[in-house]
Structures are given as structure tokens and as C-alpha cells.
Design a protein around this ligand. Structure first.
Ligand code: PEP
Length: 246
């Protein structure tokens, strides 16, 4: 169960979040919990989450280890700061802030894996693609361009998040059925390229307006292995409720 804080919270807010959140999930041992704060908050989050079992991840990396890339951060740098995970290809980066293409997603994923991070690769169709019945085509294309180029050994170390863009931050969650069918499609692409065992072992998260009042319906679907939560992960109580429902 993962929380993406987007561009919210200072280091001070981060410390406060963990003081409130840790007791709420103290007895949770049925799932992994990962929080993706802004990069500036990673050291505070790592310190505040120490000995809690909660892992910390970055929201983005650049693919080079170091160099003249002003404003970028490498996988090695966030790893050294204590992060163990990273989001790759979030739709806000693909479509709003950075125009990331599938080829960029592949390079960032390879860089993350080389540095020992677990990448969560985000895929999903835009509203107009959803309305035009093109969701499957988009997922096939994003898989082919951003994921199929991994080796089998690399593929075994990734997590995929299906995040339909029309559901992110809109309050319009995908129905469990829509999410489940998209996950099946992704798993079948994984099976074609990496084989049955690798596809069965792949963890696929759903993301898009997950809230305490819709988590149970989603997690009842066997195809949904967990969720990537944006807005509702900012509040310790609502994220704890979501985690407990996993
Ligand atoms: C996200 O940021 O990945 C996300 C799914 O956001 P929200 O839960 O706010 O829709």
C-alpha cells in the first residue's frame, strides 16, 4: 500500500505525519507500506519511519548517476538518502510537468534497478482515450515501450501501478471491474513477454481517487495487489484506514 504525497508537505510536516501515523498502523503486518514524499523530505521521512517497517521512496529520478543535469536527482542519490523505492512515469510527469515518454520510463526504471531501488512504474490512459475505448491500446503501448525492454531478472524486481489519468485527483475512482480488467490486460502482456510465472508474481497496484470509502471494493478483486494513493495518503488517519483495509 503506497502513498504518493505529490508536491505537498515540508520536512516539518513530514515529521508530524509520522508521529501521528505510526501508532495507527503499529499492528499492521499484512502488507508492505511505502510513502513517496517530495525529495526534500526523504531524509526526514527515513528518520521518522525508522524501525516502523514503513519504506520510503522518491517520486522521480533522472537516469544518469551524476553529471551536468541541473535540477535532477539520481537513483544513487535518493538511495544514499535512505529511499528504497521510486515512482517512475507518474501521469503528472508524463502529461503535465515533464512530458516523459515511454523510452524515458524504461531508462529511469533501469537506472532505479541498477541503484538497488524498487521502481513502481505507472501506466494508464487519459480521459479521451478512455472515452474512445482505447485504454487497452494505451496500456499495450506503454508496456511495450516502457517495460518490455527490461531483462527477465529486471522485470522480477518491478511493481506496476495502473493509474487511469481520468481517476487521478478527480474523485472519480475506477470501478473494481474496470481496474481488474486493466490489471488482467497488463498481466497478459507480462505473460507474453516474460512468461507465466513472472506474470503471476508481478504485483499490480491500482491508483486513482482511492479513499477509505472505496478501498474495500477494490481490494476484494484478486487482480488488485495493492493501491497507490495520492490525496488520501496526506492525512494519517485516512491513509491508515486504507492500509488496514488491504
Ligand atoms: C496518485 O497521485 O498517484 C494518485 C492516484 O492520486 P489520487 O489518489 O489523489 O487520485
Amino acid at each position: 500500500m503506497a502513498g504518493n504525497w505529490k508536491m505537498y508537505k515540508t520536512p516539518q510536516d513530514t515529521a508530524r505525519f509520522f508521529i501521528d501515523f505510526r501508532p495507527l498502523i503499529a499492528n499492521v503486518n499484512h502488507c508492505e507500506i511505502v510513502i513517496f514524499p517530495p525529495a526534500i523530505d526523504i531524509p526526514e521521512a527515513v528518520a521518522s519511519a525508522a524501525n516502523s517497517g514503513i519504506a520510503i521512496g522518491g517520486q522521480n529520478i533522472y537516469w544518469a548517476a551524476e553529471g551536468a543535469f541541473t535540477g535532477e536527482i539520481s537513483a544513487q542519490m535518493i538511495r544514499a538518502a535512505g529511499a528504497a523505492w521510486v515512482l517512475v512515469g507518474h501521469s503528472e510527469r508524463r502529461h503535465h510537468v515533464a512530458h516523459e515518454a515511454d523510452g524515458d520510463v524504461l531508462k529511469k526504471t533501469q537506472a532505479a534497478l541498477s541503484a538497488g531501488l524498487t521502481p513502481v512504474i505507472c501506466v494508464g490512459e487519459k480521459l479521451e482515450e478512455h472515452k474512445a475505448g482505447k485504454a487497452n491500446d494505451v496500456l499495450v503501448r506503454q508496456f511495450a515501450g516502457g517495460i518490455a525492454g527490461l531483462t527477465e531478472e529486471q522485470f522480477a524486481r518491478i511493481v506496476i501501478a495502473y493509474e487511469p489519468v481520468w481517476a487521478i485527483g478527480t474523485g472519480q475512482v475506477a470501478t473494481p471491474d474496470i481496474a481488474s480488467n486493466a490489471h488482467k490486460l497488463i498481466r497478459s502482456e507480462a505473460e507474453k513477454r516474460f512468461g507465466d510465472t513472472a506474470a503471476q508474481q508481478l504485483r499490480i497496484l491500482y491508483g486513482g481517487s482511492v479513499k477509505p470509502d472505496n478501498i474495500q471494493g477494490l481490494m476484494r478483486e484478486p487482480e488488485i495487489d495493492g493501491t497507490l494513493v495520492g490525496g488520501a495518503s496526506l492525512d494519517p488517519e485516512s491513509f491508515a484506514e486504507i492500509v488496514k483495509a488491504a
